[in-house]
Design a protein around this ligand. Structure first.
Ligand SMILES: Cc1cc2nc3c(=O)[nH]c(=O)nc-3n(C[C@H](O)[C@H](O)[C@H](O)COP(=O)(O)OP(=O)(O)OC[C@H]3O[C@@H](n4cnc5c(N)ncnc54)[C@H](O)[C@@H]3O)c2cc1C
Length: 371
């Protein structure tokens, strides 16, 4: 493990690592780096945890069907890490992150019925389904039970932010990185809208915006997701995450039920639209008619960080001292603990515990951004 030393350069403080972006990926990584003894500054354009990480549903889906093959080892490892990850954030922040272990009921479309579904286990009989979720009216769709957890991403990011601060991570919020600074082609820090900060290592964790920051372009793009949230009555009307082809439902322990989500190519537009929210709402009511009188609490949209091949971008770039951890698309909440672990290892100069070749930044041509 390297020994990190806090340096002062002509009166200007120098950090070991600057993390660009205070979403769940940047926050988790900053905590991991602090644990290794590094001094860390997170530079966040807005408020930490207020972009995709706040908008997420929080399903911790690690089953083969939805996870791209190269990502499965990381997804499964991260799912295994979650109880300890959540416990640590809870203990260190004093905030509950609502990690739920009730499992998921997965409905396939009738057209998927003839596929090989053996990895899903045995199909639930109607009586079993009725016992698990008496309010569900699934029609004749095939249903399966999966042992997946869920977490409340808003609570999780708030707890991660507080934990990072408690551990001594520095923050510059409301401050946008406009350039990564180089000297002799090595990283020396960042320039922001407010000032400049020094560090020999900089990690781009800017989510859907990661591709906008030099010195290289990355083909990240925003993939919009709209959701709404209603108040269940009684508070535990639905206990399991329910996933069907047209909608998913995620219960929270405080009685909220999240209903999601769209997957839209709409640029950096975070507005919701009434027709889409109504469509999601109606799809939820079709599954659970008892929700008809449930009050709508809010709706929102967030921007998932997408990449051309649907895989994250993790690792060192061609510029010494410049790293990237983004492109987690629909799985960034799930993948936060393992991303923090492997990226901290890469930044320390160690071999990561998992093969990151499929996620290498070099798989995309890293065109220099001219400044
Ligand atoms: C509707 C929806 C549902 C989802 N459901 C799930 C789910 O059930 N399970 C799951 O695992 N994942 C889910 N996701 C995906 C998950 O939310 C993302 O993959 C994850 O939040 C990405 O985290 P991040 O830290 O990379 O990005 P973000 O949370 O977007 O954080 C990036 C941060 O970088 C900051 N930033 C950008 N540019 C700059 C700059 N130049 N300078 C400084 N700061 C900058 C931004 O302000 C932002 O705070 C969902 C996403 C959406 C939208």
């Amino acid at each position: 493990m390297p020994s990190y030393i806090l340096l002062y350069n002509a009166g200007m403080r120098t950090w070991d690592v600057i993390v660009i972006g205070g979403g769940i990926v940047g926050l988790s990584l900053s905590i991991e780096l602090r644990k290794k003894g590094a001094s860390v500054l997170v530079v966040e354009r807005g408020e930490p945890g207020h972009e995709a990480s706040r908008a997420a549903g929080g399903m911790l889906v690690d089953s083969g069907r939805e996870t791209p093959l190269p990502l499965q080892p990381l997804a499964m490892a991260s799912a295994r890490m979650y109880p300890e990850f959540a416990r640590e954030l809870h203990v260190e922040s004093g905030m509950s992150v609502d990690l739920r272990d009730d499992g998921t009921i997965l409905f396939l479309s009738s057209s998927d019925e003839d596929d090989d579904n053996s990895e899903l286990g045995s199909r639930l009989a109607p009586a079993q389904l009725a016992q698990l979720e008496p309010s569900l009216m699934p029609g004749d769709r095939p249903a399966f039970y999966l042992q997946e957890r869920s977490v409340d991403p808003r609570a999780l990011t708030a707890a991660a932010w507080k934990t990072a601060k408690n551990r001594g991570v520095d923050f510059s919020s409301g401050d946008e990185v406009i350039a990564v600074n180089l000297s002799d082609d090595r990283v020396t820090g960042v320039t922001t809208t407010k000032t400049a900060f020094l560090a020999p290592k900089v990690v781009n964790c800017a989510g859907a915006w990661a591709g906008q920051i030099g010195p290289h372009t990355f083909p990240t793009r925003p993939v919009k997701g709209q959701m709404l949230c209603i108040a269940m009555h009684p508070r535990d009307l639905i206990k399991h995450v329910v996933r069907s082809p047209d909608v998913y439902l995620i219960p929270r322990s405080d009685g909220r039920l999240l209903i999601g989500a769209t997957v839209e190519e709409a640029g950096f537009d975070k507005r919701t639209d009434v027709v889409t929210i109504k469509r999601l709402h109606h799809a939820a009511l079709a599954l659970v008619p008892n929700l008809a009188d449930a009050r709508i609490l809010e709706d929102w949209a967030g921007l998932r960080p997408g990449t051309p091949d649907g895989l994250p971008i993790l690792g060192a770039t061609a510029t010494p001292g410049y790293y990237v951890a983004t492109g987690h698309f629909r799985d960034g909440i799930l993948l936060a603990p393992i991303t923090a672990q492997v990226m901290a290892q890469v930044i320390e100069g160690r071999n990561p515990d998992y093969d990151l070749a499929a996620f290498s930044p070099s798989r995309f041509s890293q065109t220099p951004i001219s400044t």
